[in-house]
Design a binder for this molecule. Structure first.
Ligand code: HEC
Ligand code: HEC
Ligand code: HEC
Ligand code: HEC
Length: 148
């Protein structure tokens, strides 16, 4: 629990320069990017009108959810995987422990993954009639990453 709190604090201090944007991730992960584009996360401001309020973009965008600034008007790769400016290079990404040390969030750990979703999703107060199953894949295509 302490570890999660520290991780959240690190995310809360992220600045615009810490993010590369989903378009950059997509250059090396094209199949996953295509899969993500078909999800509501890629269209998360479509229902907010032409000038979304900052307090809405905190969760409907990528940045310091749930209360900080948003730098991208979509729930992009870095909203879940962590701000990528320090890890999103080919040689770093091939060295998993190093990428994790440089800010890649380890979403294979169930508690970490649950905490990331919970920054924006309150499973007990969903806006939908059906509760969301937050353990399901969020970008269903699991094509192998480049180099694997
Ligand atoms: C320059 C190319 C490149 C860019 C840009 C890039 N990646 Fe990667 N990524 C890779 C490579 C190569 C691997 C490792 C594949 C392997 O070892 O099988 C990888 C692995 C990963 C993994 C799997 C790590 C694991 O083993 O759990 C994730 C998640 C990931 N990248 C997310 C991202 C995100 C998010 C971004 C944008 C912030 C991004 N990548 C940008 C090349 C890139
Ligand atoms: C704490 C995070 C958070 C904040 C802040 C937030 N939202 Fe959301 N919103 C969500 C999540 C998560 C969903 C998807 C929930 C679901 O489907 O169960 C959602 C869904 C929606 C939907 C339904 C989208 C659709 O296509 O069905 C609308 C509309 C919406 N939000 C509007 C707003 C507006 C307007 C604001 C600002 C006043 C706002 N939200 C602020 C997290 C948030
Ligand atoms: C809503 C959160 C979320 C978003 C947005 C998201 N991912 Fe993921 N991603 C996950 C989760 C959860 C996993 C599964 C981790 C596990 O259990 O292995 C994952 C797995 C991955 C993996 C490794 C496993 C695989 O399928 O190859 C890569 C690479 C990856 N994501 C890249 C991306 C890229 C690139 C984007 C943006 C185009 C993106 N993700 C957007 C949550 C997200
Ligand atoms: C930065 C905030 C944020 C994060 C982090 C986030 N989401 Fe979302 N998610 C949203 C918003 C906002 C929507 C609603 C988008 C819309 O329709 O306008 C949404 C929509 C969804 C939907 C589609 C709901 C529907 O009924 O169509 C699923 C499924 C989902 N999220 C799962 C996840 C999972 C699983 C995670 C964690 C791995 C996660 N999300 C992380 C903000 C977030």
């Amino acid at each position: 629990m302490l570890v999660l709190l520290v991780a959240s604090a690190a995310v809360a201090t992220a600045a615009r320069r810490d993010f590369v944007g989903s378009t950059t991730c997509a250059t090396c992960h094209p199949a996953i990017a295509a899969s993500w584009r078909a999800t509501p996360h890629a269209r998360s401001t479509a229902s907010l009108g032409p000038r979304p309020a900052a307090r809405c973009l905190a969760c409907h965008g990528t940045g310091d959810a749930p209360a900080g600034r948003a730098y991208f008007a979509e729930v992009g790769c870095e909203a879940c995987h962590g701000a990528g400016a320090h890890y999103a290079a080919d040689d770093l990404m091939r060295d998993r422990p190093l990428a994790l040390a440089l800010g890649l969030v380890d979403l294979t750990v169930p508690a970490t993954r649950a905490a990331v979703c919970a920054r924006c999703h309150n499973p007990a107060a969903t806006t939908r009639l059906r509760p969301l199953d937050l353990s399901r894949p969020v970008h269903p295509s699991s094509a192998p990453a480049p180099g694997s």
